[in-house]
Each structure stands twice: as structure tokens, then as C-alpha cells.
Design a protein. Structure first.
Length: 180
């Protein structure tokens, strides 16, 4: 099954659409910065938040609505093809141009399940913020275990957090799980 990646919203809510396919598995490799940063004028930003969810909507006033935040996926059987997985990040308290890269590691922590494209992060002054919304399409989880979400900035890991995937059965009296 194909894995596709679309960075939907980036820096100051500017939409970016690009298709990304990643073979499974690919060996973990260092991420290289594709946009040089000016070391003399840059102030490295803080990662204010990073979450994964089922969907993201943007209101007319620019505010985002995150739908279905989660840290675990349960399914009656594996492999499981997850139709859309959104990764939302927000950067603040920095200044300059940077590159964000998102990837999901397999439970062995040495193979990449899927990774996103490099996304520019531009902060014009220390009071600005940047919100990125990425969607990974048709992500296939082959086995139970703890997968790892990694957010990198200019090749440095800024946060790494678990995504548990496991088999679960519906409770008695509950309807069966909908297909993914």
C-alpha cells in the first residue's frame, strides 16, 4: 500500500501541497538541512507543541480545530492501513529560517516507517509563531508495538514521543470497529 505525505498548512497558514511516497522500510538516515540558516542572525525556536490527530480544520479566522487527538491506535487485526494521520507542530520564541522534518520510526527504532518532506519554518521576530500541519496518507502499521514520532529542526531532534499500536477487540455489546 502506498504511503503519501501532504504538508497541508505551513508557516503563517500558507497552504502547501506536495505528494510524498516513502518505501517501506527505509533505513534511518540523518536529515540534512536544505535551506542554510544564518547562524549570526538566528535564534533557535522552541517547539511549543506537537500532536497527532485524525483531522485538522481551519476556521475563517485562521484558528485550527484539531479533531481526534490520540497517542494509541487499536485495531482488531494487523496489518492496519491508517487512512490519514495528521502531525501538527507549533514553533515560537525564535527568529530566523529553519527546516522542520517529521518522521515515524518503526518499533525497532532503527527503521523509518514514513517521513515527511522538509518544511520551512520562518520566524521574523521572537514574538512570531509558526504552525505546521502535515498529513500522512495510507500509513500501514504491520505489527504491534511502540512507534516513535520524531520532530527535527535543522536536523536536530526536538521531540520524540510514542505512538502505541496494538490489537484490541470491541467490548461486549459494542459495534465492531469500522474499517480503517
Amino acid at each position: 500500500m502506498g504511503r503519501e505525505h501532504f504538508p497541508l498548512f505551513s508557516i503563517l497558514f500558507t497552504p502547501i501541497f506536495c505528494l510524498h511516497n516513502t518505501p517501506n522500510p527505509c533505513k534511518l538516515r540523518p536529515t540534512m538541512t536544505t535551506q542554510p540558516k544564518d547562524q549570526d542572525k538566528s535564534m533557535i525556536p522552541d517547539l511549543q507543541s506537537s500532536v497527532i490527530c485524525d483531522d485538522v480544520r481551519q476556521e475563517r479566522n485562521g484558528k485550527f480545530m484539531l479533531i481526534g487527538l490520540f497517542d494509541a491506535i487499536g485495531a482488531p487485526e494487523l496489518p492496519l492501513r491508517y487512512p490519514r494521520l495528521f502531525a501538527v507542530t507549533r514553533w515560537c520564541s525564535g527568529e530566523g529560517n529553519f527546516i522542520q522534518h517529521t518522521r515515524i520510526l518503526q518499533p525497532d527504532q532503527s527503521n523509518v516507517l514514513i517521513e515527511g518532506k522538509d518544511i520551512p519554518v520562518t520566524l521574523n521576530n521572537p514574538e512570531s509563531s509558526a504552525t505546521n500541519v502535515e498529513v500522512f496518507v495510507n500509513v500501514t502499521f504491520e505489527q504491534e508495538g511502540t512507534y516513535w514520532i520524531e520532530i527535527l529542526l535543522d536536523g536536530d531532534i526536538k521531540i520524540r514521543y510514542p505512538l502505541r499500536v496494538g490489537k484490541v477487540q470491541p467490548q461486549p455489546g459494542q459495534p465492531p470497529f469500522p474499517p480503517a
